[in-house]
Design a protein around this ligand. Sequence first.
Ligand code: URA
Length: 257
Amino acid sequence: MSNSDQISIDDIINYLKAEREVYGPFSVSKRDFDRPDQTAETATIQEDEKTEVQPEAETKPLTLSDRLAACSTLDELKQLCSTADELRTDLKNTNLVFGVGNPNADLMLIGEAPGEQEDKQGEPFVGAAGQLLNKILAAINFSRDDIYIANILKHRPPGNRNPTDEECKRSMPFLKRQIELVKPKIILCLGKISGQTMLNSDGTLKSMRGKFHSFKDYELTVTYHPAALLRNQQWKRPTWEDVQMVRKRYDELGGKP
Ligand code: URA
C-alpha cells in the first residue's frame, strides 16, 4: 500500500475539526447507549437542565397551640381533649368531662374538677353540688340549657383532692380555647380554686367575689362553690348577692333572655 493510500492521523484530526465546525461539539455518554431513543444532543440538554434534587422538606409536628387553634367548634375541641394526655390526672381510667350546655351561652360557669358522679356520667355538676347549683340558677331565672358549664380540670383527681397548680396549668390552654368558642359575656367562677386559676391570683374568695374582673374580653366574677355551700350555710347569703349581681349585669350586657 502506498503512502498516499494511507489515512494519516493528521487526516483524521483535520476531518474531525471540519466536522466540529459544521455540527458543533458533542459528546456521547453511557446513558445515551442505555436509552437509544435519545440523541446525544437531547441527552446533553437534559443533563444541563436537570435540577438539583432537594431533600424532602422537614414537616414539623404541630404544637399544642396550633392544634387548639385548628379547633373551630366545641365538638372538634372535645375530640382533641379526648386524646390529650395533658388533661389527665394521676387517677387512671377516668372519663373526659368536657363541658355541657348552650354552645352560644352568654353566661359560662367554671367549677374546679369533676367528682365521682361527674366522672361516671361525663358531665359537670351532676352530683349533690350540681343539684344545689340547679336551684341557684333557677333562682335567677336560668336553666342549665341557657348557660354553659365547664371545669378547670377535665378529668377527676384521685380522692377528690384539689387540683394541683401543675394540673391547672396543663388544662388552661384547653379551657381558654373552650371559652373562646363559647364567647360568653360573663364568666362565673365557682370556688376559690377556679377564681384563683382564672385570675392567676392567690387572692381569698372574699377578695375576689362581689365585683367583676377582666379575663381577656370577658367580665368575670367569683362566688362560693356549691359543695362548700352544702357545708357552710352562712355563705348562702353572699352567694345569693353574687348571683343577683351576675343576673343584673347579664341583662345590662344584653345577654340572651
Ligand atoms: N365540683 C366541681 O367543681 N365540678 C364538678 O363538675 C362537680 C363538682
